[in-house]
Design a protein around this ligand. Structure first.
Ligand code: EPS
Length: 357
């Protein structure tokens, strides 16, 4: 299950091609709406106010509502792109933005909006993953995520039921007013802030992943790190493992199942049958109204001020994107496992105390 995307933020359209999708999956254009809306800009005052329709057109690989096994091409036409001042931006590098590295690598870039490096591109990852999530769900596998840190704020309580009821994907409903006030003040200040997103995949069978080249955690790390603005990936306890004792970190086993889940559901690059748990850290958005020192394409010292429609925290919209990357890796490994071992594996019972919230 291989996905590639194409398109620029202010070009005519963005799209993706999916190769190796199993045949016979029911897919209609309406199926994409929910996840694309979860990711979209302009759904609350706390995100970019660009209003895109994000309407999916299925160009190939689906006949009479079912995938045919041939390459699936999906297209979304950009409808709210505005690039009035890009001549100025074209000469400047925003500090902490990919403007600089694209220029250094290619010597040319599309400076309209974020061009190819815009988070707009993640629309198509989410779209591709709608198909992956559907196939996984038919096997009982549910991939879901939530924001687990917004700047200095972390949830004081946890309830999956709260996550979809606020614009932050925040699992603690009582804290939402605090976050609203925090984001309003941040937006007014012109600054931005980082965030952390956690994703859990429930009912992943034991056995997915290859022992060395193609470890499940290695592929997850690569996929999650490929999301714009991601600076860190953790599996299970992640970096906290560096300070733990073996007796604390190990997940003891009983005939009824694992007693804990510090591993995040992966040992030796292969899924254990525990819940798969991973987190990403996203950096603060680099497009800021507050002036920052930089250089232009000629090497002159300049001061950069970025106007336009930007997210004060890209992490707020990253939950569906992180879920999407996890789902894409999981379906790929499920199909590889089936090719080698003959089935998609068996779900291991987990005792309730080790089920991840
Ligand atoms: C983004 C900058 C803004 C956002 C965009 C993400 O777009 P641009 O400057 O390219 O017009 O609106 O988000 C989207 C359009 C989207 O659909 O996610 C950036 O720099 O990443």
């Amino acid at each position: 299950f291989a996905v590639t995307t194409f398109g620029e933020s202010h070009g005519p359209a963005i799209g993706c091609v999916i190769d190796g999708c199993p045949p016979g999956i029911d897919i209609h254009e309406d199926d994409f709406r929910a996840d694309l809306d979860r990711r979209a800009t302009g759904k609350s005052r706390h995100t970019s106010q660009r209003h895109e329709e994000d309407a999916i057109e299925i160009l190939s690989g689906v006949f009479e509502g079912k995938t045919t096994g041939t390459p699936i091409a999906l297209l979304v036409r950009n409808t709210d792109q505005r690039s009035r001042d890009y001549a100025k931006i074209a000469e400047q590098f925003r500090p902490a933005h990919a403007d600089y590295t694209y220029w250094k690598k290619y010597g040319i870039r599309d400076p309209r909006g974020g061009g190819r490096s815009s988070a707009r591109e993640t629309t198509m990852r989410v779209a591709a993953a709608v198909i992956a999530k559907k196939w996984l769900a038919q096997r009982g596998i549910v991939v879901r995520g939530h924001l687990s840190q917004l700047g200095e704020h972390v949830p004081a309580a946890f309830d999956w039921g709260a996550v979809e009821d606020n614009p932050f994907f925040w699992p603690d409903a009582a804290m939402v007013p605090t976050l609203e006030t925090y984001m309003d003040a941040l937006r007014k200040s012109g600054d931005s802030v980082g965030a952390r997103v956690r994703v859990v995949a429930h009912n992943v069978p034991a056995g997915w992943g290859e022992p060395i080249y193609g470890k499940l955690d290695g592929d997850l790390a690569a996929a999650l790190m490929s999301i714009n603005a991601v600076k860190g990936v953790e599996i299970g306890d992640g970096f906290a493992a560096a300070g733990q004792r073996g007796t604390e970190h190990r997940d003891e086993m009983t005939p009824q199942g694992f007693l804990s889940n510090h591993a995040g559901g992966i040992l030796g690059g292969i899924s254990t049958g525990q819940d798969l748990v991973c987190s990403i850290a996203l950096k603060p958005t680099s497009s800021l109204r507050l002036p920052g020192r930089s250089v232009d394409v000629h090497g002159n010292a300049i001061e950069v001020v970025t106007t336009g429609r930007h997210d004060p925290c890209v992490g707020i919209r990253a939950t569906p994107i992180a879920e999407a990357m996890v789902a894409l890796v999981l379906i790929d490994h499920a199909l590889r496992h089936r090719a080698q071992c003959g089935d998609v594996g068996e779900v291991v019972p987990t005792i309730p105390s080790a089920v991840s919230t």
